[in-house]
Design a protein around this ligand. Structure first.
Ligand code: PAF
Length: 273
């Protein structure tokens, strides 16, 4: 297993990354909330493939992106296993900050993206993307990455972060890696751990429904098939893949996004056409 540097203190991570950067290292950042699975491993592999000398994985369940009735407290946490997985996959540094050292007393500066965050998950989870942008901006400032890798499963998040990077002139590239699925098609997510075997079975309707969509198909039939499988639809939407503006027809250049509740667990997935 590779040796991995472990940081808890933001200032120490920042100093190390600055030194590595000055020494000419190409730095990749893989921001995560931990409970790492194959989807996260694919992000580390994408960083490796792009020739990163240092791959910094951050593991932080960011309180600021959770709403008051969401799963912040029960979100799965397992530092030991996360560290072992990062080391086995070839990450060179893992950052495990605490809420107290990421958000100092009287923290009062936040980053708001005000266009792409309006609909979809942004509309259903007020403040979510403000929390995501704020923590990701902080991680960018700490790790000085040449590029940062995000997963396509969180499609809206990836678009919002691209916009933040563009509009705030962050000097880095955003890389978006494809969705990783379980053998049965369910998109990998740390929240899949909440599902009972029966719920897992119901959740398969999401990937099946998305896969079956053909250009010209109606979204209402996808929504109905999800409800029929026992899922509660939060939204099923077809949007322009760049602007996230609503589009009527399923055709090239659109993204169909789905958010459902499977029991108490909120699951998301999408397909780009
Ligand atoms: O996608 C996630 O896991 C989180 O939203 C992120 C990007 C790590 C920010 O907390």
């Amino acid at each position: 297993m590779n040796s991995v540097k472990v940081f808890k203190d933001p200032a120490k991570l920042q100093k190390w990354c600055r030194e590595r950067k000055l020494a000419g290292a190409k730095i990749a950042l893989v921001p995560t909330m931990g409970a790492l699975h194959d989807g996260h491993m694919s992000l580390i592999r994408a960083a490796k493939k792009r020739g990163a000398d240092e791959i910094v994985v951050s593991v932080f369940v960011n309180p600021v992106q959770f709403g008051p009735n969401e799963d912040y407290e029960k979100y799965p946490r397992d530092e030991k296993s996360d560290l072992a997985k990062c080391a086995a996959e070839g990450a060179t540094a893992v950052f495990f900050p605490t809420p107290a050292n990421m958000y100092l007393d009287r923290h009062s500066v936040y980053v708001n993206e005000e266009d792409l965050s309006k609909g979809l998950c942004g509309a259903r989870r007020p403040g979510h993307f403000r929390g995501v942008c704020t923590v990701v901006a902080k991680l960018f400032n700490l790790a000085h990455p040449d590029f940062a890798v995000f997963g396509q499963k969180d499609y809206q998040q990836a678009q919002v972060i691209r916009r933040m990077v563009r509009d705030l002139n962050f000097d880095l590239k955003v890389v978006v890696a494809p969705i990783v699925r379980e053998a049965d098609g369910l998109a990998r997510s740390s929240r899949n751990a909440y599902l009972s075997p029966e719920e897992h079975g119901k959740a398969l309707a999401i990937s099946r429904g998305l896969k079956a969509l053909k250009p010209g198909a109606r979204l209402s039939s996808l929504a109905r098939s999800l409800e029929k499988a026992g899922l509660k639809v939060d939204y099923v939407e077809c949007v322009d893949a760049e602007t996230l503006e609503p589009r009527r027809k399923i055709e090239k250049g659109v993204c169909v996004l789905v958010a459902v509740y499977c029991g108490k667990t909120r699951l998301i997935d999408n397909r780009v056409f």
